[in-house]
Every structure is written in structure tokens, then in C-alpha cells.
Write a protein that binds this ligand. Structure first.
Ligand SMILES: Nc1nc2c(c(=O)[nH]1)N[C@H]1C(S)=C(S)[C@@H](COP(=O)(O)O)O[C@H]1N2
Ligand SMILES: [Mo]
Length: 411
């Protein structure tokens, strides 16, 4: 392809190869960087380009930090994401009550593993690092990741999920080291801040694939994400991934903790409590607030994941869910991890609605809001305005107008 006219022809035409879709973004921009870092700083620890200004933002209804300096929930800018790893500096943060970031020196750090075990043990960080490590890509997603009709961008509808490479010791190794006793069934984990960020997970999950992690994307875990050590419970709801992990206690039954607020329901229509995320996907581009400059070829791209394992298939609809076409998987596929999908798409300039739908390795299929309503015996449009009970993995549609503007399609 040479010359401007053939390039234009390519973008307007139907060439199936990857087209540079110049979608205009309506993102918030970071404050201009006025302070210039010294060359010494730049040598020591690199910084992104001054032309790149993708930033996290607070959850709409909750400023971060709140007036007490306690709650800190910030959304990851999915609209700018490429690939499957969330840069650590842009990983969403979900911190409840308690100090925003407990200041724990790695030297003073201790992790206690006790309860129904033969030999309770306390580990220093250095001792944890003397065990064989694993490094795995896993998403973390907050129960609060619920799309609403008034959300403008994909950051608002879905930005409480992120994916990092986590490095640490398999929890199963440490449990074998202390010797789990007969009759044990659950493990309670506790964080270091005032309210402890505690949670209970089944012993089966603890012995399966959980990680006592100290590494995130090739370096130490970021303070907001749990420095120096956090628990990773792959595919489970975010709250079980205890940050600033202080101790884990092996017990015989489910232990209620402060964090069960909002996570256990007395409503029999709702699952008693949520553990694992279902199959989910989201189109990150084109997405709410962006604008297509005109008819032509674009890339529909997004992320898919499931608490049930690996993503098996992603389908895309460009006609509001009437017909579906299988998308290309455009990244490596890891279990309980974000997976990148995409499709070449020629926009004819007419109004349309984009949707994506994930199927995981268990054969579970991501539902529409109408299907979720049916499960909970509600009118079909009920969940357009009400929060979906438990983990919301419903499809989020994007509507495209004739002027190319993209908006939230939840009616
Ligand atoms: N100690 C502690 N662990 C915690 C929390 C907390 O407030 N304190 N928040 C939980 C919640 S609700 C979520 S969604 C995840 C978010 O992890 P992240 O902040 O690294 O994205 O951490 C969980 N672990
Ligand atoms: Mo959360």
C-alpha cells in the first residue's frame, strides 16, 4: 500500500488486514507533566511517555479517598488497554475501610499460618522467598463491577477488573508444611489494617491454586495492591484476595467476617454468597465516549475472562444480539486471566449495537441482562436499572449513532 489515496481506500474499503482505526477517545487526561525528572531518576526507574496520559479515576459515586481517608476504590482505564496485562500503576484498587495503605516494612513482615494444623508457623518475607515460586497471570475483579445505564465509559461500567502476573508461593505448599488436620474445611485470611480485610475460602480452593504472592508484573506488589504480600484466589470474587496478608487460620467451618457485609444475602433468590466469577467479556474499543470518525474498517477489540477457567470462545454481535460471529483470540489464553479478542469490522455508517459474549472451558455462556432477569424471575428489563444480584457478568452493549458517537447501550 503506498500513497495517501490507497490508504484512504483501505480504511474506507473492505481490506481484511489490521487497519489503523483512528478512534477518537473521550478519556480524561492526566495533568500536564510540568516537572521534569532528572536524568538520574530516569536511569534508575523509567517513566512512560509524556504523550501517554491514561489514568485511573474514582468510582462515580465514591470519591477516593473518601472524606475519612478510608475507602479507596479506583477504576482501571480499560478503554486504553492493549494486550492482557494491566500495568501495575493502572491496576484497579478496591480498599474498604481502614488505613489506605498499611506501611509494612519487608523486614518486619510476618505471615502466620495456624489453626487446625500440626505445626503452626510464622514466615518472614525472606523465608517465603526460599520456597519454590510460581508466576501466573490472573484477573482480580471486585463485586462492585456492575454496569449501570448512567455509566458513560467502559472504565465506569467495567473498570473494577485488572490482570497481573502474580508471583509467590503456592498456598498448598505452605499448608503441607504446617500439616492440615482432619476435620478442617475452610481457611480464614486476614489483612494488616484496622478492619483486617478478612475472608473465608474453602480448603479445597486453598489447596488447589491459591498463591501467597509477593510479586506483581515482575516487581514487588504495589502498596495499594497489598505490599509486601497478598493472597491470590484465582477466579474468586475480589474480596477474597486479601491484601497486606498477616495470617491465615485453618478452621472447621465458614467464619463470618466484617467483609461479609454485602457479600452474603438473606434473599433466597440470590445465591447465598458469591465465590467464583462466571464467564464475562467487554468490548473496550469502540466503547462509550469514543467516536468513530466515519464509515470504514475498524478493530472491535476487548477482554474476556472467567472464574471457571480458560476462555474457550468469544462471539461478537454488531446487530444488538441477533446474529453472532466468532471473534479471533488475539493473546495467549491463561486460566482465570484476561484474554484479548478482536475482529475486523467494516462500519457502514448506520446505527448499530455492538455486543460480546464469552464462553469458558466449562461451557458456561455469558448471559444478557434479559437472561439474568429470567433466572431471578423478574421482568425482562428489570436489570437495566437495578444492580444485578451477586457477581454481574451480563453483556454490556455499546450503541453507535450515525455520527459515529458510541454510548452505553443498556436501555
Ligand atoms: N486487607 C484487605 N484486603 C483486601 C481489601 C481490603 O480492603 N483490605 N479489599 C478487597 C477487595 S473488595 C477487592 S475487590 C480486592 C481488590 O484488589 P486490588 O486493590 O489489588 O485491585 O482486594 C481485596 N482485598
Ligand atoms: Mo471488591
Amino acid at each position: 500500500m503506498n500513497g495517501k489515496s490507497s490508504r484512504r481506500k483501505f480504511l474506507k474499503g473492505g481490506a481484511a488486514a489490521a487497519a489503523a482505526s483512528a478512534i477518537q477517545s473521550a478519556n480524561g487526561t492526566a495533568a500536564a507533566q510540568t516537572e521534569k525528572r532528572s536524568l538520574k531518576d530516569e536511569v534508575a526507574y523509567g517513566e512512560r511517555s509524556k504523550y501517554v496520559n491514561s489514568v485511573r479515576v474514582a468510582v462515580n459515586e465514591r470519591p477516593a479517598p473518601d472524606e475519612f481517608g478510608l475507602t479507596f476504590h479506583v477504576l482501571s482505564p480499560l478503554q486504553d488497554s492493549v494486550g492482557i496485562v494491566t500495568p501495575s500503576a493502572l491496576h484497579f484498587v478496591g480498599t474498604h475501610r481502614g488505613a489506605i495503605v498499611p506501611d509494612i516494612s519487608p523486614k518486619d513482615y510476618r505471615f502466620l499460618l495456624h489453626g487446625m494444623v500440626d505445626r503452626p508457623l510464622e514466615f518472614t518475607l525472606d523465608e517465603l522467598k526460599r520456597f519454590p515460586s510460581v508466576s501466573r497471570l490472573h484477573f482480580i475483579e471486585c463485586l462492585g463491577n456492575k454496569a449501570r445505564p448512567d455509566h458513560k465509559t467502559v472504565q465506569q461500567t467495567t473498570g473494577l477488573t485488572s490482570c497481573s502476573e502474580w508471583t509467590g508461593v503456592p498456598l498448598s505448599l505452605l499448608l503441607k508444611e504446617v500439616g492440615v488436620q482432619k476435620g478442617a474445611n475452610w481457611v480464614v485470611s486476614e489483612g494488616s489494617e484496622e478492619v483486617k480485610g478478612a475472608g473465608s475460602i474453602p480448603l479445597g480452593k486453598a489447596m488447589d491454586d491459591c498463591i501467597v504472592a509477593y510479586g506483581q508484573n515482575g516487581e514487588a506488589i504495589r502498596p495499594q495492591n497489598g505490599f509486601p504480600v497478598r493472597l491470590i484466589v484465582p477466579g474468586f470474587e475480589g474480596i477474597y484476595n486479601t491484601k497486606w496478608l498477616r495470617r491465615m487460620k485453618v478452621v472447621d467451618q465458614y467464619y463470618m467476617t466484617y467483609n461479609d457485609y454485602g457479600h452474603i444475602s438473606a434473599d433466597p433468590k440470590v445465591a447465598a454468597f458469591n465465590l467464583q466469577w462466571g464467564p464475562k467479556s467487554i468490548i473496550t474499543s469502540p466503547s462509550g465516549g469514543q467516536k468513530l470518525p466515519g464509515p470504514g474498517v475498524y478493530q472491535i477489540t476487548g477482554l474476556a475472562w472467567s472464574g471457571g477457567g480458560a476462555v474457550k470462545k468469544v462471539e461478537i454481535s454488531t446487530d444488538g444480539g441477533r446474529t453472532w460471529k466468532e471473534a479471533e483470540i488475539r493473546s495467549e489464553v491463561h486460566r482465570m486471566a484476561h484474554t484479548r479478542f478482536g475482529m475486523n469490522w467494516k462500519w457502514d455508517g448506520k446505527e448499530c449495537e455492538l455486543q460480546s459474549r464469552c464462553t469458558d472451558e466449562l461451557g458456561q455462556i455469558q448471559p444478557s441482562r434479559e437472561q439474568v432477569a429470567k433466572v431471578f424471575n423478574q421482568p425482562p428489563d428489570y436489570y437495566h436499572n437495578h444492580g444485578i444480584p451477586g457477581t454481574d457478568n451480563a453483556i454490556v452493549p455499546w450503541k453507535i449513532a450515525t455520527d459515529g458517537s458510541v454510548r452505553n447501550g443498556i436501555a
